[in-house]
Ligand binder design. Structure first.
Ligand SMILES: *[C@@H]1O[C@H](CO)[C@@H](O)[C@H](O)[C@H]1NC(C)=O
Ligand SMILES: *[C@@H]1O[C@H](CO)[C@@H](O)[C@H](O)[C@H]1NC(C)=O
Ligand SMILES: *[C@@H]1O[C@H](CO)[C@@H](O)[C@H](O)[C@H]1NC(C)=O
Ligand SMILES: *[C@@H]1O[C@H](CO)[C@@H](O)[C@H](O)[C@H]1NC(C)=O
Ligand SMILES: *[C@@H]1O[C@H](CO)[C@@H](O)[C@H](O)[C@H]1NC(C)=O
Ligand SMILES: *[C@@H]1O[C@H](CO)[C@@H](O)[C@H](O)[C@H]1NC(C)=O
Ligand SMILES: *[C@@H]1O[C@H](CO)[C@@H](O)[C@H](O)[C@H]1NC(C)=O
Length: 401
């Protein structure tokens, strides 16, 4: 069954009822600020159905929540203290709503929000009984262990926020089986290993994977993706950015790859991402020139290339981008700024060009470092990133300084 993002009635029903606790909603509102954080979510104690009649779905939810409470070992804020008795819609953090598409009005548990609870415990298999959940927010707790496979039962789940916990194991593939999921946030955990290629072909709108231990980046071969925000910072991909990044062109607006051990050249295909507003590849080992195709990114507002091994000329086309407000390229090996790039202040663009090899600028690298880099220019034309790892080693200028 095709659940299209805008036309799913299920989603519309539940979202209308639950919008007040949706971090996706906050995310849409704050999308372009880059500092999107669902931890800013407040707790609401508004009840949608104050006195729902008991029904089999609420009874299943009761079994699930009691099983969960049994494996909660610390709850310093007493979130689950009132998780007693069959009236689950009165439990703190549990939100009920009418089941969509039901012939008679059936109340069910549609959302769970335990954000900022500092709760220690794990997720039991019984959570699969909460099959009508649209939102599951567990941001900033101490949940540990694996994500149960039974989450695959949550066919209406739209937002999953497991960020800032202590989950471990490989990428939780169960999320790939959730047909309604659009917002996936698993940042600040200890997930490890490679990312599944199909992650990029799901109908996710936003994927936050930063601050884990993932070790492979974007596969060299994948279909069209629907993601508009990819935040992968602070993982150890040890790979290059493959040309297949172009498959994200129709939707991608923010790509954040800070400190991911990215190497090799940036592919010309970065310039195909015509909706891009934010590109941050800072604190990596990317080398070679800036692909000139970036000069075609008409919506680009923030470009951060700092702390890499870029070299060559900073092309004027980039400095003339109509929406650019901040161009940071300090700590590289650029040796020339073309045209207006020499005075970005006059363009009204915030910038930092320090610690490069720019002869007329202050705060540059030592001549010795710059000479060494100039003797070994990087040829990106002969370079090919295979994706998911294999980056052909190029000459690397000294990284210190
Ligand atoms: C939680 O409940 C315990 C026991 O009733 C109480 O001592 C403690 O102060 C409560 N903590 C908070 C944050 O309300
Ligand atoms: C709910 O109803 C809508 C509109 O009739 C339909 O598109 C959708 O597939 C239904 N969902 C389920 C789970 O039956
Ligand atoms: C999935 O949900 C249904 C109710 O919708 C329930 O009967 C079934 O036991 C659940 N399966 C698992 C594995 O939790
Ligand atoms: C980055 O990748 C290199 C291999 O290219 C590896 O030797 C190094 O340990 C990685 N860096 C970090 C910080 O893990
Ligand atoms: C420009 O971006 C850099 C890197 O993200 C940031 O450190 C700096 O504060 C920004 N400058 C302004 C004026 O916003
Ligand atoms: C850069 O441009 C600004 C504003 O147009 C001007 O005040 C400043 O003197 C210029 N700086 C240099 C180094 O030319
Ligand atoms: C540029 O970065 C350098 C090094 O981090 C810093 O010392 C300097 O203040 C920055 N300049 C501007 C204009 O932000």
């Amino acid at each position: 069954m095709a659940y299209s993002y805008s036309s799913s009635l299920i989603t519309t029903f539940l979202l209308l009822s639950l919008l007040h606790l949706s971090s996706f909603h906050n995310f849409l509102a704050a999308k372009h600020s880059h500092h999107t954080s669902s931890s800013a979510l407040h707790h609401h104690h508004h009840r949608l159905s104050p006195f729902p009649a008991p029904n089999p779905r609420l009874h299943q939810a009761y079994i699930a929540l009691q099983a969960w409470k049994r494996v909660i070992y610390s709850d310093p804020k007493n979130f689950t203290t009132n998780w007693v008795g069959p009236s689950v819609c009165h439990y703190t953090g549990v939100y009920c709503a009418p089941l969509p598409n039901a012939t008679t009005t059936t109340t069910t548990v549609a959302g769970i929000d335990l954000n900022l609870g500092d709760i220690a415990g794990f997720l039991p298999n019984e959570l699969g009984l909460l099959s009508d959940l649209a939102l599951l927010h567990l941001n900033s707790n101490r949940f540990c262990g694996l994500i149960p496979q039974t989450l695959s039962n949550m066919s209406l789940l739209f937002e999953l926020d497991l960020s800032n916990n202590r989950f471990v194991g490989p990428f939780p593939n169960v999320v790939l089986s959730l047909p309604s999921l659009r917002y996936l946030d698993i940042r600040y955990n200890d997930f490890e290993g490679s990312l599944p290629p199909s992650l990029f072909t799901k109908s996710f709108d936003a994927i936050f994977l930063n601050n884990n231990r993932f070790t492979s980046l974007i596969p060299s071969n994948f279909g069209k993706s629907s993601a508009s925000v990819l935040v992968f910072a602070n993982n150890n991909f040890d790979s290059c950015l493959p040309p297949s990044i172009a498959n994200l062109a129709d939707t991608l607006e923010e790509l954040v790859l800070i400190n991911t051990n990215l190497s090799g050249c940036l592919p010309q295909e970065v310039g195909f991402l015509y909706k891009l507003k934010l590109l941050d590849v800072s604190s990596n080992k990317v080398e070679g020139p800036i692909p000139y195709s970036i000069a075609g990114l008409a919506h680009l507002e923030q470009l951060n290339l700092a702390h890499n091994r870029f070299s060559g000329i900073v092309p004027e086309g980039v400095c003339l981008l109509p929406n650019l407000v901040n161009f940071t390229f300090s700590y590289n090996f650029f040796c020339e700024e073309e045209g207006v790039c020499r005075n970005l202040t006059s363009e009204g663009i915030a910038y930092n060009d320090s610690r490069n090899c720019l002869p007329e600028k202050p705060l540059q690298r030592r001549k010795k470092e710059c000479d060494a880099a100039a003797e070994h220019p990087v040829d990106c034309y002969g370079y090919h990133c295979g994706g998911g790892g294999a980056s052909v080693p190029l000459y690397s200028p000294p990284s210190h300084g």
